[in-house]
Design a protein around this ligand. Structure first.
Ligand code: AMP
Ligand code: MG
Length: 347
């Protein structure tokens, strides 16, 4: 399949009637799949009403069929079509964070959306992305769009159109290139089907921000306890992994350097994931700065691109610094732990 690449300037007026968007929206109505920029990562969109379109998403990504897709909308009116009820707290969250990186799990009207999109669950995860291209495309096609991250399953999520092309060229109808995404980690997933909402996946909206709007918020125990079964089916899978084994290092820079030296003595090529503050302080085969530690938002924005860059450097092993698990650091550490398959070396 020839994958079209459309460059779009997200700042132009009347994006909706831009010919590239009209073309992409038509492909979505024809039940083809198209990658689109959002404020978190690039998504791979397909018509959420249609089984064939949704199957194409799973096939292109190689995504396990029991991992449900998030449904993207441009207008809250669209919820009436497929959501059974909107509890008060969900309403408050929509008012507070939409459009934005927050996916809300709600009870679903049965028999409306493709069953494959919800992987057989009775609930649905829905969000309104805060990106002009995504919103214009959703408006132009007039459909709820099922969209997981537009990467091959298991790989780091894409934060540029080039990442999407690297993984999915030839497997999807097109990519709308709207430049690099902003937040860099996926949406926060919050389950609002229970009296006290539960965070199933940390992401672009922090626990602290959620608490400010709705008070008490629980966190799925599976996020901290490896033995517990996660409530978001997708959270049980290995994700975001670079080709070389990745180890998170809980200790000083000197301790991390010692690990590098040991591996180099075994003639292995060693990568280090650090931040701008410490980049010049390590001696290794490939040292990458992933944003600035003093601004965790910049670490989130650079994380997936950094993990992907290690694949181009043919390192045999990667050691990474760790980050504080607060604010967006919660999402950063969640993704790094998954990328590392939970391997931590402590001093
Ligand atoms: P991705 O599409 O890669 O951003 O992943 C979507 C995440 O949302 C996965 O972890 C899914 O398991 C989770 N998710 C989507 N829909 C639901 C739902 N109805 N209930 C629980 N988790 C969901
Ligand atoms: Mg994903």
């Amino acid at each position: 399949m020839n994958t079209k690449v459309w460059k779009v300037d997200k700042y132009v007026d009347n994006l909706e009637s831009n010919p590239q968007l009209v073309d992409a929206a038509q492909l979505l109505r024809d039940n083809e799949v198209v990658a689109l920029p959002t404020e978190t990562v690039y998504g791979l969109g397909g018509n959420a009403f249609n089984d064939e379109a949704v199957e194409k998403i799973y096939a292109a990504k190689g995504r396990p069929g029991d991992n449900p897709l998030i449904i993207h909308i441009a207008d809250r009116e669209q919820l009436n079509d497929f959501v059974a009820e909107i509890p008060e707290k969900a309403e408050q969250l929509m008012n507070g964070f939409w459009p934005g990186p927050l996916t809300i799990i709600l009870k679903m009207k049965q028999g409306v959306l493709s069953e494959k999109a919800s992987a057989g669950l009775t609930t649905v995860g829905v969000r309104m992305p805060d990106h002009p291209v995504a919103l214009a495309l959703l408006k132009q096609c007039g459909l709820p769009i099922a969209a997981p991250s537009a990467n091959s399953s298991g790989k780091p999520s894409p934060t540029t159109a080039q990442h999407v092309i690297d993984d999915l060229q030839g497997k999807i109808a097109g990519v709308l290139d709207g430049g690099p995404t902003g937040v860099g980690v996926e949406s926060t997933v919050i389950d609002c089907t229970e009296a006290i909402p539960v965070i199933l996946r940390p992401g672009g909206v922090t626990l602290e921000q959620l608490q400010e709007v709705i008070g008490e918020v629980k966190v799925d125990p599976a996020l901290t306890d490896e033995a517990a079964k996660p409530k978001a089916p997708g959270m049980k899978y290995r994700h975001y992994a670079p080709n070389a084994p990745l180890y998170l290092v809980a200790g000083t820079k000197e301790f991390l350097q010692g690990l590098v030296d040991e591996k180099q003595q075994e003639s292995l090529r060693v990568g280090v994931l650090t931040t701008e503050e410490h980049q010049t302080e390590y001696r290794a085969d490939y040292v990458l700065a992933c944003g600035k530690r003093s601004e965790l938002e910049s670490v989130a924005a650079a994380l997936y691109d950094t993990l992907r860059q290690f694949n181009q450097s043919n390192v045999d092993v990667i050691f990474s610094e760790m980050f504080p698990s607060e604010g967006v650091g919660h999402a950063i550490m969640n993704r790094l732990l998954k990328a590392a398959g939970n391997k931590i070396i402590s001093e």
